[in-house]
Design a protein around this ligand. Structure first.
Ligand SMILES: NC(=O)c1ccc[n+]([C@@H]2O[C@H](COP(=O)([O-])OP(=O)(O)OC[C@H]3O[C@@H](n4cnc5c(N)ncnc54)[C@H](OP(=O)(O)O)[C@@H]3O)[C@@H](O)[C@H]2O)c1
Length: 312
């Protein structure tokens, strides 16, 4: 069969022949892959920089996807951290880490959206006690996960959602997804005005923009005793942030993370069916673009903004 194969962490995967993997347990089946998302998490898997990387090569990237199982069912699946990923004509899936999709479901939006949408879905459902009516700031709302977070927060009953980012054209699209307000990260005064009293921050950025936003919100809060829960989800702007110690003393701020590890695998799996169902029903607007597996090398360098889905 053909697969996207990484043989060096410095180079993108190459479309080439690869041995067909074999199921090893009675829970595993060989599926025909129909779609696999090219998420930032997959990029960091393929360049060896993700915190779960073991350094083993060659590897086929892809952490999740949609495939056809031997019984004919259409399934969304999540793969364990091994060197056999989803960007191949076939891959091995543990049925316990998969969910059957409604008949007729389009695999492309599901493969595109499950990873970015799950980031806010599990954060709100599994990492904090989120209650309907609370207000949410999405920091880094112009990305795919941030745009999904606006919609997921609204879906769970957020009273007021603010989207913050740096690209004006993508910020302008956020009210159409449900954002009640948008704010440019280049305007700290606007951020104070729009978000100083939020209950929850879903942070996809970390780095300097998160530290600056935290300083502004904590300093300008109307009532510093009002709880502020900062959920660290992504670090696209930098792996480290200089948090002033006073921020943790001067306001009722708690910082939690949400991701692989802080959310146990079983908690992710419990949430899969409901999210897959919402995506299959078309509840969320999804920005996806299908690219054939044979073009994976070119797709790797394409950073247009929409979520690329590799289709074998
Ligand atoms: N923990 C989890 O469960 C989980 C799950 C999914 C994703 N994530 C993480 O979440 C992050 C975002 O993922 P994604 O799928 O949304 O990626 P994406 O679609 O590639 O979007 C990334 C966005 O980040 C913005 N950005 C990059 N550098 C920035 C900076 N210095 N300041 C402000 N904005 C900046 C870009 O904004 P511009 O439009 O301005 O270029 C872009 O819109 C990644 O770090 C990813 O690994 C975490």
């Amino acid at each position: 069969m053909h697969a996207a194969v990484v043989t060096s962490f410095g180079s993108p995967p190459v479309y080439q022949e690869f041995p067909v993997p074999s199921p090893q347990t009675s829970d595993e089946v060989l599926v025909d892959v129909l779609a696999a998302g090219l998420h930032p998490r997959v990029q960091s898997q393929a360049d060896g920089s993700h915190y779960t990387s073991t350094g083993e090569l060659p590897l086929v990237p892809g952490i999740d996807g949609v495939g056809r199982a031997p019984d004919g069912s259409l399934r969304f699946f999540v793969l364990p951290d091994t060197t056999m990923g989803a960007m191949a004509e076939q891959t091995v899936v543990d049925l316990r880490r998969s969910v059957v999709l409604r008949p007729g479901t389009d695999p492309i939006p599901v493969a595109a959206a499950m990873n970015p949408a799950m980031s806010s879905w599990v954060a709100l459902r599994r990492r904090i006690d989120f209650t309907p009516g609370q207000s949410v700031l999405v920091l880094g709302a112009t990305g795919n996960a941030g745009a999904m977070a606006i919609q997921v927060a609204k879906h769970f009953g957020a009273g007021h959602v603010v989207g913050a980012g740096r690209r004006s054209d993508r910020l302008a699209a956020l009210p159409g997804l449900g954002a009640d307000a948008t704010v440019s990260l280049n305007a700290p005064d606007d951020l104070s005005q729009a978000a100083r009293d939020v209950d929850v921050v879903l942070d996809y950025l970390w780095g300097d923009p998160a530290a600056e936003a935290m300083r502004v919100i904590v300093t300008d809060r109307t009532d510093r005793a009002k709880p502020l829960t900062w959920v660290q989800i992504g670090s696209i702007a930098g792996p480290e942030a200089a948090i002033p110690s006073a921020a943790l003393r001067a306001a009722r701020l708690q910082i939690v993370g949400s991701g692989q590890g802080s959310v146990p695998a079983r908690d992710f799996l419990v949430e899969l069916p409901a999210l897959a169902d919402e995506i299959s029903k078309g509840t969320f607007a999804i920005d996806a673009r299908a690219v054939p597996l044979a073009d994976v090398e070119a797709a790797w360098k394409d950073t247009a903004g929409d979520r690329i889905v590799i289709t074998p």
